[in-house]
Ligand binder design. Structure first.
Ligand SMILES: [Cu+2]
Length: 173
């Protein structure tokens, strides 16, 4: 008698606890899927030696096509049009010998790659921070929301020259 009673009565505290745990897990998974800034969506593709050559050709085109002046270091200031792809090759120990100039509130697609070891790119004030792995092109939607002149630094320790790996990013109003 008491056995059959026990089987029929549900363990409500346990059931409730299970439901709560499942709800928390579903919630966490959903937040992970939806989370993150929609302006910094990241896509990655693998890159071959030939594609790396293409990549450097894109950089040369960008510098040749969109240099607007030369800065006091003698570096070309490159101002690609809003909405365009911006190619950056990280290497020991610079991001290319040019200064990048972008427009505030405009969207760009950063194309990032490295030709040797892993580097990173970070502009603290503009909330940009990406790892740049060898052998892949990382494509990042980027919209600078602050005007000014900012340091673009390497965010992954990459050797003795890491600290000196500083580029310059100008954002105009
Ligand atoms: Cu580096």
């Amino acid at each position: 008698m008491s056995d059959s009673d026990g089987k029929e009565s549900l363990n409500y505290p346990l059931l409730l606890a299970t439901i709560v745990i499942i709800a928390i897990m579903v919630g966490a998974a959903t937040m992970k899927l939806l989370g993150g800034d929609p302006e910094t969506k990241v896509a990655k593709v693998k890159i071959t030696k030939e594609q790396l050559a293409d990549f450097t050709a894109h950089i040369d085109e960008m510098v040749a096509g969109y240099t607007v002046r030369v800065d006091e270091k003698g570096w070309p200031v490159v101002h690609p049009p809003a909405g365009s792809d911006v190619y950056i090759l990280a290497r020991a120990y610079n991001f290319g010998r040019f200064t990048l100039e972008l427009e505030k509130g405009k969207s760009y697609q950063l194309k990032l790659t490295s030709n040797e070891i892993r580097h990173g790119i970070a502009v603290r004030e503009l909330k940009l921070k990406e790892t740049i792995n060898l052998g892949e092109i990382r494509s990042v939607a980027f919209r600078p929301e602050k005007a000014g002149t900012f340091d673009m630094v390497c965010s992954e320790f990459c050797g003795y020259g890491h600290e000196s790996m500083v580029g310059r990013l100008i954002v105009t109003e």
